[in-house]
Design a protein around this ligand. Structure first.
Ligand SMILES: Cc1ncc(COP(=O)(O)O)c(C=O)c1O
Length: 406
């Protein structure tokens, strides 16, 4: 084994890590023993178990440990075994894949959908497959990292794909970029507009109605990654478009995750017109070279979507919890970004401050993570509180009491 002195990578890695540690910016992975729910059992470094209210998971509908969802996963495991042992186009397409893909398409009012092992994978398949040289991609500056990387990859794989970035939710700048993209595009090239439905660090939402109008004006296609919106936004949890009173069919393509409101297991999808999904199946590199969504997850997530569609009262409870949490946080004098989403970020400033505050909250039995640079801009570190339908008001009171004590 080489010594650190003669191993430039080891010395570089160790120097980065010790700098993070000395600045108080090191992330320490917290271990959970037991299921994800309103409260979780945390395994502390000394081996003890601490029960804490969980306000940092994406388990928005409380379905991650729902008995029917768990049972569907177990039945899937019994019926299909541990996995497909194949990519989809070889021998990895099982009937449970068709079942969940039909259900996703129905949920989002689209012709078809296709699943992946994560939304990251789905997004990586999307733009590098569908965009061609001469096309333009117009993207919000605060879009999720998977969108940013998908755009970069499209630019590498399909040389000549142009990108246009506008400041978060600035519709004037958005129109300027769209106009420029249209003027610079040839008649047969495509303009792709892509946005998060819910911006994951802000908890704010994209102005989808205005974006649809402008996309129509300039002949662009609108893609929405509604990973934090599906199951959460709109009266029946269809997503951010439903919040605006829009039908799913008014969005050209969706991407989303199965790892948040829809059971919380893992997996992602693209939903859209059949020709787009067919092209992804034929040409997407993650589709052709990476394994299928495990059958167990396909079954549990399928059940989670079925429950979402039959129990809109879960969405209503989540909404009431979100309203209550914002009202209470504001009442103790803290600033929380106003929005109808389940993400309530409390901005605290420096990364080290957010991390130390999160540790003190945990001592008080409240599990909230501090997010700092590079996940959010320098100086805008925050405690991201995430609300769930699994919470009772007493859980939210516990959060607010602990924040007040801080
Ligand atoms: C907006 C958005 N898109 C995509 C993802 C990635 O989802 P997955 O965990 O399924 O890869 C996330 C997860 O944080 C997200 O917030």
């Amino acid at each position: 084994m080489a010594t650190t002195a003669s191993d430039p990578f080891a010395s570089r890695a160790k120097s980065i890590l010790s700098e993070l540690e000395s600045k108080g910016e090191m992330k320490h992975l917290q271990t959970i023993e037991g299921p994800m729910d309103a409260t979780v059992r945390l395994k502390m470094p000394d081996g003890s178990i601490k029960e804490a209210v969980c306000l940092c998971s994406n388990n928005y509908l409380g379905l991650a440990n729902h008995p029917e969802v768990v049972e569907a996963g177990i039945k899937g495991l019994e019926k299909y075994g541990a996995g497909t042992a194949s990519v989809r186009f070889i021998c990895g397409t099982f009937d449970c894949h068709h079942q969940i893909e039909d259900r996703i398409a129905k949920l989002l009012d689209q012709e078809a959908s296709y699943t992946f092992v994560s939304c990251w994978n789905a997004t990586e398949a999307l733009l590098p497959t569908l965009a061609e040289p001469g096309d333009a991609i117009v993207s919000d500056a605060l879009n999720h990292a998977c969108i940013i990387d998908s755009i970069r990859l499209a630019g590498v794989i399909k040389k000549g794909v142009r990108k246009y970035i506008y400041p978060n939710n600035d519709m004037g700048a958005f129109e300027d970029k769209l106009k420029a993209a249209r003027e610079e595009a040839s008649d047969d090239s495509v303009i792709w507009v892509i946005t998060d439905g819910v911006f994951s660090m802000e908890g704010s939402i994209a102005e989808l109605k205005t974006m649809r109008e402008l996309c129509d004006k300039y002949g662009a296609l609108l893609i929405v990654d509604d990973s934090h919106g599906t199951g959460v936004m709109g009266e029946t949890g269809r997503g951010t478009h439903e919040h605006y009173g829009m039908a799913g069919s008014e969005i050209d393509l969706f991407t989303g995750t199965l790892g948040k409101a829809l059971g919380g297991g893992a997996g992602g999808y693209i939903a859209g017109p059949k020709h787009a999904i067919d092209l992804i199946v034929q040409r997407g590199r993650p589709t052709l070279f990476s394994n299928a969504l495990p059958a167990t997850v396909a079954c549990s997530a399928d059940k989670a979507i079925e429950i979402l569609m039959r129990e809109p009262e879960r969405v209503a409870k989540l909404k009431e919890n979100c309203r209550y949490a914002r009202e209470k946080i504001k009442a103790i004098g803290l600033e929380v970004i106003e929005s109808p989403t389940a993400i309530c970020p409390v901005i605290v400033g420096e990364t080290s401050k957010a991390i130390s505050m999160s540790a003190r909250l945990l001592e008080m039995g409240v599990y909230v993570i501090g997010f700092g640079y590079p996940v959010v801009p320098e100086g805008e570190a925050r405690l991201r509180c995430q609300i769930s339908a699994a919470h009772e008001k007493s859980h939210i009171d516990q959060l607010v009491d602990a924040l007040a004590k801080l």
